[in-house]
Design a protein around this ligand. Structure first.
Ligand code: PMP
Length: 364
């Protein structure tokens, strides 16, 4: 296959990046315009890089309407390190943090937090195989909790919070938004803190975005390891140590790309349309079976099964041969998963729908 030929990449992450972003990075790889070096070869304290970081954050702020009293951090360690940093910074002795258990990542987040302090699991849908998001009445929130943690999109199980829970005015809502951040408009003021690994909707892996309400920084105790202290990271504008400079550069290009599409309302319309096409095909005859309950269906990760595991293997093999890559579900749940993040082209969704019809015609 010529290297310039791209297939449709349904991977859950690291995931497809916008083609214009890759092309610009390719053009600028050896020499950033006006700099004569690549972005990987310049000091993170140079004006060039500081401008690049500042612009990336300013564009993100503009896109998602982040109010001035929120800080934006670009950290490392992935969403998984946030599972630890969130409680280390926000959960004090004698306090409880509520965790809503909606999937494998949510469960992992709660387990890590329990190493740090007192955690209460509230609103678990584990008994239903995590096939839905709990309703508000199932949440049984702890009055005066240090925070309530949710996973806005459950990457493995293909469910997504379509409206946010009401956790009261005084308790911060903390969200792992790794797999649906910037997939549509976001009311930042509903959250105390949002975090996301970049490798699905924001850029490459190795950059972790944290958006935190400024007043919460006062909870970070000075005896925390410095690298794990939100306040230190905020005071140093994410430059306490050497950040992932190349990753932040790609993040910045991705923000420009989102702006060029008309912002988050526009991308949300496209995402709704892409997901609706796939769910319509899944529901069309009963040959395919969606695993998430319809009201909880994710716009980003569309999970479905076929009649038998044998048939699923054939589906995956034939799909790969047809240039539709990465459709195998997570190893923990099996089945199929089409991850259709912002950068996944609508033509790829159409190609998958076409493939599904043809497969059913042959095997149904
Ligand atoms: N949370 C969610 C919702 C995820 O989808 C993932 C990764 N797929 C993680 C956390 C873990 O992210 P990381 O690999 O960046 O630590």
């Amino acid at each position: 296959m010529p290297t310039a030929t791209r297939i449709f990449n349904f991977s859950a992450g690291p995931a497809v990046l916008p083609l214009p972003v890759l092309e610009q990075a390719q053009r600028e790889l050896v020499s950033l315009p006006g700099v004569g070096m690549s972005v990987m070869e310049i000091s993170h304290r140079s004006k060039t890089f500081e401008d690049l970081l500042g612009t990336a954050i300013a564009d993100l702020r503009e896109l998602s309407g982040i109010p001035a009293h929120y800080r934006v951090l670009m950290l490392q360690g992935g969403a998984s390190l946030q599972f630890s940093m969130v409680p280390m910074n926000l959960l004090g002795p004698g306090q409880t943090a509520d965790y809503v258990d909606t999937g494998s990542w949510a469960e992992k987040a709660a387990k890590e937090a329990a190493r740090v302090g007192t955690v209460k699991i509230t609103g678990s849908t584990k008994a239903d195989g995590y096939n839905r998001i709990p309703s508000q009445s199932e949440l049984a929130l702890t009055p005066g909790a240090a925070y309530v943690h949710i996973t806005t999109n459950n990457t493995i199980e293909g469910t997504e919070w379509r409206s946010l829970p009401d956790v009261g005015r005084d308790v911060p809502l903390v969200a792992d938004a790794s797999s649906d951040i910037l997939s549509g408009p976001l009311d930042i003021t509903r959250f105390g803190l949002i975090y996301a690994g970049a490798q699905k909707n924001l850029g490459p892996s190795g950059v972790t975005l944290v958006i935190v309400r400024e007043d919460l920084l006062s909870r970070s105790k000075s005896d925390l390891p410095v690298m794990l202290n939100y306040k230190v990271q905020a005071d140093n504008n994410s430059l306490y140590n050497t950040p992932n400079t190349f990753g932040i550069y790609i993040f910045g290009l991705t923000m420009k790309w989102l702006k060029s599409l008309g912002g988050l309302a526009a991308i949300a319309r496209t995402n709704e349309r892409k997901a609706a096409k796939l769910y319509a095909e899944i529901d069309r005859t009963g040959f395919y079976r969606g695993t998430a309950q319809p009201a909880s269906r994710s716009l980003m990760n569309v999970t479905f099964r076929l009649r038998t595991e044998e048939l699923e293997k054939i589906f995956e093999k034939d799909a790969t041969a047809a240039g539709l890559d990465g459709l195998k579900g997570h190893r923990s749940v099996g089945g199929m998963r089409a991850s259709i993040y912002n950068a996944f082209p609508e033509e790829g969704v159409d190609a998958l729908v076409e493939f599904m019809r043809e497969f059913e015609r042959k095997r149904g």
